[in-house]
Design a protein around this ligand. Structure first.
Ligand code: KG4
Ligand code: ZN
Length: 330
């Protein structure tokens, strides 16, 4: 059995987790910074980095003590090394380097997107490669075929905003605060998804890429007419976004060849309406559907530790001088 400490600090959650190769999460903590960033309607990098620096070390201490694990018992320390807000990534990665050096334990510099991409396998032991992955978060919006650990082929990306970003911007228009996705989802439950006519950018195009900037602008224009309730706007936006996602996924699935399952990961995967639509698409194509529990969809350290667990058998570690990367495509 392998045991990995995971550290996540690429955006506005500070997180640490201890995970075994047998899929046990022995201990984990997540500290959200929502309150610190809420007045600004988005994450302020300097505030985020400072908060990570204050919280991470005591959090790692708590996680190790709770599980009764000593540093030298670890098989690896895995930290997000990018992509993300560079100040925060550096706090996590440098902490991991220091611990790895002090305890003489291997370091793994994990791509945050790889963490999201492999997270469904932590919750779903029966999920096998290759699978089709919709990776939808605040900063990323991609369709990938996951062929194995370290083997990712991208079929689609967004030409402007990410899906989570579109949820956040819609929330801002409706005055729902940050982070917007959960608030839009809640409000949409009380609205009519057909009430407001909104565009479905790129739907019908032969390439499976995404575009959400036009949808967000249309929500703003509709809001400014003052003819619709906020709930109808939220529900109509969410439905338009889902229609885009299912149409784009259908094109990508046609292009990628046989896969074992349709999988969704990333913060927006916590959305029940999105999950429901994807499950329906999977069923229509005779594909298994897999989605991690919501707490594993939004940023967390268990997924980073798990990516480390997945990498353990490859023996691939990283040197102590590895750099943090603000941009790092999978
Ligand atoms: O994966 P994540 O925690 O951080 C990034 O790597 O970006 O994703 C955060 C994003 C935010 O845009 C947030 O609004 C969105 O995921 N999100 C949701 C929901 N929960 C989180 N979007 C729609 N519905 C949700 N329930
Ligand atoms: Zn993320």
């Amino acid at each position: 059995m392998g045991l990995v400490l995971g550290i996540e600090s690429s955006c506005d959650e500070t997180a640490a987790a201890l995970v075994t190769t047998e899929r046990q999460v022995l201990a984990q903590r997540i500290a959200s910074q929502d309150e610190a960033h809420a007045p600004y309607g988005g994450v302020v990098p300097e505030i985020a980095a400072r908060a990570h620096a204050e919280r991470l070390a005591p959090m790692i201490d708590v996680v190790l003590k709770e599980a009764g694990v000593a540093l030298h018992e670890l098989d690896a320390i895995a930290a997000t090394a990018g992509p993300g807000l560079i100040g925060g990534v550096m706090v996590g990665l440098v902490s991991a380097k220091a611990l790895a050096m002090a305890a003489d334990v291997p370091l793994m510099a994990i791509n945050h997107l790889e963490g999201h991409a492999l997270s469904p396998r932590l919750a779903d032991p029966a999920l096998t490669f290759p699978y089709a992955l919709l990776l939808v978060s605040g900063g990323h919006c991609q369709i990938l075929r996951v062929d194995g650990v370290g083997e990712y082929r991208r079929f689609a990306t967004t030409i402007d905003d990410a899906l989570g970003e579109a949820f956040d911007k819609t929330a801002k228009i409706l005055g729902l605060g940050y982070p917007g996705g959960p608030a839009v989802e809640r409000l949409a439950l009380q609205g009519d998804p057909d009430a407001v006519r909104l565009p479905r950018p790129l739907v019908g195009s032969g390439e499976p890429h995404f575009s959400f900037a036009g949808l967000k602008s249309a929500v703003l224009r509709a809001y400014e007419t003052q003819q619709h309730s906020d709930a109808d706007l939220a529900a109509s936006f969410q439905q338009a976004a889902i229609d885009c996602v299912t149409d784009r996924l259908a094109i990508a699935l046609d292009a990628m060849g046989p896969v074992s399952a349709l999988v969704v990961a990333g913060g927006v995967a916590a959305n029940k309406a999105v999950r429901g639509a994807l499950e329906t698409l999977a069923r229509a194509r005779d594909l298994r559907f897999s989605a991690p529990p919501p707490a594993l969809c939004t940023d967390n350290a268990a997924m980073i530790a798990w990516a480390g667990c997945e990498r353990l058998p490859t023996g691939q570690n990283d040197p102590l001088d590895i750099a943090a990367r603000p941009r790092w495509p999978l």
